[in-house]
Design a binder for this molecule. Structure first.
Ligand code: FAD
Length: 380
């Protein structure tokens, strides 16, 4: 991935299919899937180390590929029926299906309990079905994905809030490019258009519109028993996503430190390499120490997650919060040490800066993590 990372970023290209199949062969998508369902179940630390190394090469081109399958895996393990686990998990584990997560809507972000995209239970062509209508936004990898894990309002009574939501597995065809239209024989469709972004390129993040899109009734995670429990299943998946984002941030920050250390040795100003100025050494020292701290809390959260996912969720949120702040700071410090060349696309530090800026936004925007996840848990 490393030699392709710049090309993907500058041309806003989709991750090459060959990379996905190589990752599949190496078992990267099965790290969180138990052996009985075809995975390697290596645990959360192995998943974090893998994510970190991939993110060192490219945040979106590699490091984020296993995040979405992981979120659906955790939701299925937490609340899926035995039949669903046997059907979906082996396919996720071998990379046969790629996953998109469709929670956010154009008007609803942090306030997930208020989301409006509807799914109605109906009989369509003699089949018990869910019919989906409404918009979603920021659905990363939605074009290439084979299924979308979609949180929808299945109870039209808005006063039910989070209790009116269910998690649906929505099959779709694969599309490359920045726009797509998925049509069903009965007239249902999904229209998708990627929103242009300064960084985090390689997967494309789509605004979607669902119109009368029909899926089998059995595709509600957990079956009829879990109708109305989708919010809680999704939140368990997000706790894992946050942990993994800690790993993504550590890998990206490490890449910035390495490229900066190389640059300051080569760059000569006032007749000596800038690495010989104490201010440069002081800054590098702080960068390295902060990355070590980010790594320590993320690994600790991964090990705690292996013990008890529910209890470890606040620590995973803290790891995400701290590691993402550090990645933003370290990439910007690295850019400053590159001077003007840090702003040139020719140097990867400029990519690291724009990629890092998304980290405090997704998987729980920073103020909401601080207030609603970490502090609320502490006070409780
Ligand atoms: C590149 C990218 C990829 C993404 N991928 C996905 C994806 O694959 N699937 C998906 O579902 N979503 C995805 N997202 C969406 C992401 O999870 C949301 O952007 C995020 O949850 C924040 O929601 P929002 O953007 O609506 O911000 P808002 O919720 O509108 O928050 C904006 C700001 O309002 C303030 N605020 C909000 N609520 C409170 C409060 N209670 N107290 C104090 N302040 C508050 C905070 O300052 C916050 O920063 C992605 C986003 C990006 C940018």
């Amino acid at each position: 991935m490393a030699p392709q990372a710049e090309h993907i970023h500058r041309t806003d290209a989709l991750i090459p299919e060959s990379f996905i199949s190589e990752m599949s062969e190496l078992g990267y998508f099965g790290l969180a899937v138990p052996e009985e369902y075809g995975g390697s179940e290596m645990g959360n630390l192995a998943m974090i180390l893998t994510t970190e190394e991939l993110s060192r090469a490219s945040l979106a081109g590699a490091g984020s590929l296993i995040t979405r399958p992981e979120i659906l895996t955790k939701a299925l393990l937490g609340g899926g029926t035995e039949e669903q686990k046997q059907h979906w998990l082996p396919k996720i584990a071998v990379g046969e299906i790629m996953v998109g997560i469709a929670v956010t809507e154009p008007d609803i972000g942090s306030d997930v309990a208020s989301l409006k995209c509807r799914a109605e239970r109906r009989v369509v062509d003699g089949e018990d079905s869910w019919v989906i209508d409404g918009p979603k936004s920021w659905c990363t990898f939605a074009g290439r994905a084979d299924v979308l894990a979609l949180l929808a309002r299945t109870d039209p009574d808005l006063s039910k809030g989070a209790k009116g939501l269910s998690l649906l597995i929505v099959p779709k065809d694969r599309f490359d490019g920045h726009e797509f239209e998925m049509k069903q024989a009965g007239g249902g469709r999904i229209v998708g258009k990627a929103d242009a972004t300064p960084g985090y390129r390689g997967m494309h993040s789509f605004t979607l519109n669902f119109e009368n899109y029909v899926i089998p009734a059995e595709n509600v995670v957990g079956g009829d028993e879990q109708v109305g429990r989708g919010f809680y299943l999704q939140m368990a998946g997000f706790a894992a996503g946050r942990l993994q984002t800690g790993g993504r941030a550590c890998g990206l920050a490490q890449a910035a430190l390495e490229k900066t250390a190389e640059y300051v040795v080569d760059r000569i100003q006032f007749a000596k390499p800038i690495s010989e100025y104490q201010l440069t050494q002081f800054t590098l020292g702080r960068m390295a120490a902060r990355i070590a701290a980010a790594r320590a809390i993320t690994y600790a959260a991964a090990e705690a997650f292996d013990e008890d996912e529910r209890k470890a969720a606040p620590l995973a949120a803290q790891a995400k919060l701290l590691a993402c702040d550090i990645a933003v700071d370290v990439t910007q410090q690295g850019q400053l040490m590159h001077g003007g060349w840090g702003y040139a696309e020719e140097y990867p530090i400029s990519r690291y800066v724009v990629d890092a800026s998304v980290l405090p936004i997704f998987e729980g925007v920073k103020p909401v993590l601080e207030l609603k996840v970490i502090a609320r848990n502490l006070l409780a």
